[in-house]
Design a protein around this ligand. Structure first.
Ligand code: B12
Length: 511
């Protein structure tokens, strides 16, 4: 979303852009080299969260080495809080865009073109005469309606659709709450800025035609304003836009009326940050919710027919074996009430209260290697809880998940399950294989071959490709046939037969 927003702002200013999406394409220096040779950009930028900042920096390093004249810049929620450090440790990066980037990047492009001084551009850190300069902070963009729609045409959406991922949209920016583990509010401000419901639904209507199974409303807190949330829902209902969607919410911002309307407008699931089963911890992290409110919100969702999802963070300051147990118990109780749940481990990101003022908290940070900041394994300890104790909870949860998958597998093998019942596993298998195919460039390198495969029989497009993928994709043949047939059927992949040659392709244009 970040890159698509930056691309849209640049295009509106008449600047040509190209997005290299290293989420669904494998990154290689050669790939970057080819792109730079063909596109010949003045500037190369990258986005990053903390866990992938090193990779983003190394892409920019490659860009600088390939073409030293290129201006390199980086933005996103990690470097916004580590601008100085980023420039100090990565001499190949010329500038850091701090905070919202749409206006900054357009002014920067103009300055690079005209030779205007960078000093006048707010929200920028850059190097001048071997010193690092940080300009005035950039005020948040007041009117989001003036921003162009994210330039999704630069993203290979077909690949995201093939992986079963939802497509994202934002309807607002900002969060008035001040949870100590989150940088959201510091990135986007405490005063929420809303887009107008008519514009949002125009965009949602377009997204609903792209063949995604679901839309993710990626706002920090979609339900922050009841009025805004209801207005978007009413607009969706009135215009008859039918597409399932999900959003983030807080348990103290939902009501039966709101959830009912969200359901009517297409909402299927709401994700709540519950964080902990301990009231003391909830207080300490300034979450501002009670456990009663959690139970009430889950009941309201159930009543409205919306799946409640609860997300927890282990390793919050002051965690003890008792609070850890309270969180596990809370998750179990919510599960019994029909809520899905997941555990993450605290990653104290730059810019968060918990990291910047760690001396105030019962917490020790055990790793400053940003690659460890993925929140799936413990990188903190408290006085009473070790990383091993926290990891054990997550591992037990992962074990339960694997047992559930095994059960489906057995049921499917014995023919005791319908295809619909087995779908979560079947879908996961398809996703894993298709992702592998993308990352290994299986279609690009092996997708063109002779119809009869060298023999007299027509081998068929699927069998032919499966044969050629042997040694590249390490999956059983049946599975590969099944997944390719599924991807063809859904239009994720297609092939043509011309002059005795099959040619496979990923489909990117989704209408
Ligand atoms: C929605 C969301 C998600 C969605 C993303 C959906 C999507 N399609 O993008 C999902 C659920 C998938 C997700 C996943 C994760 N998320 Co998240 N997410 C958010 C949330 C709530 C909004 C992000 C968003 O879309 N904002 C709107 C876009 C337009 O803003 P943006 O990306 O920040 O980009 C702007 C600027 O940063 C800047 N910019 C960004 N990149 C660049 C690049 C250049 C060159 C320039 C010039 C400018 C620029 O300009 C952009 C336009 O203004 C934020 C909270 C927040 N408000 O930041 C957390 C947040 C970004 N997520 C966070 C985290 C930790 C994660 C995960 C690591 C969680 C996990 N353990 O798996 C993953 C990482 C995924 C990844 N590889 O990036 C953290 C990141 C903190 C950090 N320092 O790492 C945040 C800040 C929340 C928090 N806990 O504090 N997330």
């Amino acid at each position: 979303m970040g890159l698509a927003c930056i691309a849209a702002a640049l295009e509106s200013a008449g600047i040509e852009v190209k997005i290299l999406d290293c989420v669904v394409f494998p990154y290689t220096r050669q790939f970057l080299e080819q792109t730079i040779a063909q596109f010949d950009p003045h500037c190369v930028g990258a986005t990053a969260v903390t866990m992938n900042v090193d990779e983003a920096v190394s892409v920019l390093r490659d860009a600088k080495n390939i073409a030293p004249g290129i201006f390199t810049l980086i933005g996103g929620p990690h470097v916004s809080f580590r601008a100085q450090e980023t420039l100090q440790t990565a001499p190949e990066i010329d500038a850091v865009v701090i905070g919202e980037g749409e206006e900054t990047v357009v002014e920067l492009a103009d300055a690079l073109h005209t030779g205007k001084p960078l000093q006048a551009i707010r929200g920028l850190a850059y190097r001048e005469n071997h010193t690092i300069k940080i300009t005035e902070p950039r005020p948040l963009i007041a009117n989001l309606d003036r921003l162009p729609e994210p330039a999704r045409h630069h993203i290979a959406l077909g690949r995201y659709r093939a992986l079963g991922l939802p497509i994202s949209i934002t309807t607002s920016r900002g969060c008035p709450y001040s949870c100590i583990f989150c940088v959201g509010r510091k990135m986007v401000g405490s005063k929420i800025r809303y887009r107008s419901p008519a514009k949002i639904v125009d965009e949602l209507a377009r997204l609903s035609n792209l063949g995604f199974h679901q839309i993710n409303i990626a706002d920090d807190l979609f339900t922050a304003s009841k009025q805004h949330c209801l207005a978007v829902c009413d607009e969706l209902i009135q215009r008859g836009v039918k597409i399932p969607w999900t959003s983030f919410a807080r348990v103290d911002t939902v009501s039966p009326e709101l959830l009912q309307r969200m359901k009517t407008a297409g909402c299927t699931a709401v994700s709540f940050g519950v964080e902990s089963g301990s009231p003391e911890i909830l207080k300490r992290i300034r979450k501002g919710i009670s456990l009663d409110q959690v139970f009430a919100a889950v009941a309201m969702c159930n009543h409205a027919g919306i799946t409640p999802q609860a997300s927890f963070i282990l390793g919050l300051p002051g965690e003890t074996p008792n609070t850890l147990q309270a969180t596990v118990d809370m998750a179990d109780r919510l599960k019994q009430l029909g809520a899905l749940h997941g555990f993450h481990l605290l990653a104290p990101f730059p810019g968060t209260e918990v990291r910047e003022n760690i001396h105030r908290y019962d917490l020790q940070i055990l790793s400053n290697d940003w690659k460890d900041y993925h929140a799936n394994r413990a990188i903190v300890r408290t006085a009473a809880v070790s990383p091993e104790m926290m990891n054990a909870v997550v591992k037990a949860w992962e074990h339960q998940f694997n047992l559930w998958l095994d059960n489906i597998k057995q049921g499917r093998e014995k023919g005791e399950m319908t295809a619909a019942e087995a779908w979560p596993l079947t879908h996961l298998e398809h996703t894993v294989l298709l992702y592998d195919l993308m990352m290994k460039q299986g279609v690009e390198t092996q997708g063109l071959f002779r119809q009869n495969g060298g023999s007299t029989a027509d081998y068929g497009a699927i069998h032919g490709l499966v044969d050629r993928l042997k040694g590249i994709i390490h999956q059983p043949r049946d599975q590969m046939i099944h997944t390719l047939a599924y991807a063809l059927d859904r239009g994720y992949l297609s092939y043509t037969l011309r002059n005795g040659y099959y040619q496979w392709n990923w489909n990117n244009f989704l209408q």
